[in-house]
Design a protein. Structure first.
Length: 137
């Protein structure tokens, strides 16, 4: 796929959005139902470093909050990728660390502190959603 980061969704719920802003669950859905642009979805998942992680949604609010409130934590904690690659993006980092945090939730709770970040979750059926994040300090 040429210009992966500039590819815009052609149709559906996320029409005209950059593929880099499309939620993880939607990309996985595209692959699962053999969508006509499943190859683009697979390339984006690969770019994000997603392999066999269970799906966890990241709300737009959580991404906005993370970019304002936990950017330094992400910058210091992200995976450094090999030469000629981009480092782990904010969304990919949130999926990876958010999944870890979700696994730490006590029964009946919706918040947990992990890697210096307060993670707040909600459930949408079987899908956990990161609702919001902020720095522990």
């Amino acid at each position: 796929m040429e210009n992966k980061e500039l590819y815009r969704m052609q149709n559906g719920k996320h029409k005209d959005e950059l593929i880099t802003r499309v939620p993880l669950s939607y990309l996985k859905w595209m692959i699962g139902c053999r969508h006509q642009h499943a190859a683009h979805a697979a390339e984006e998942l690969k770019r994000r470093g997603v392999t066999d992680l269970p799906t966890i949604e990241v709300s737009g609010h959580a991404i906005d909050r993370a970019s304002l409130r936990v950017r330094k934590i992400w910058h210091n904690d992200r995976h450094q990728l090999p030469f000629n690659s981009t480092d782990e993006g904010l969304h990919s980092w949130m999926v990876r660390r958010g999944y870890e945090a979700f696994g730490m939730l006590a029964p009946g709770k919706d918040q947990v502190i992990h890697v210096g970040v307060v993670w707040t979750f909600a459930m949408d059926g079987a899908w956990p959603i990161i609702q919001s994040v902020w720095s522990e300090k």
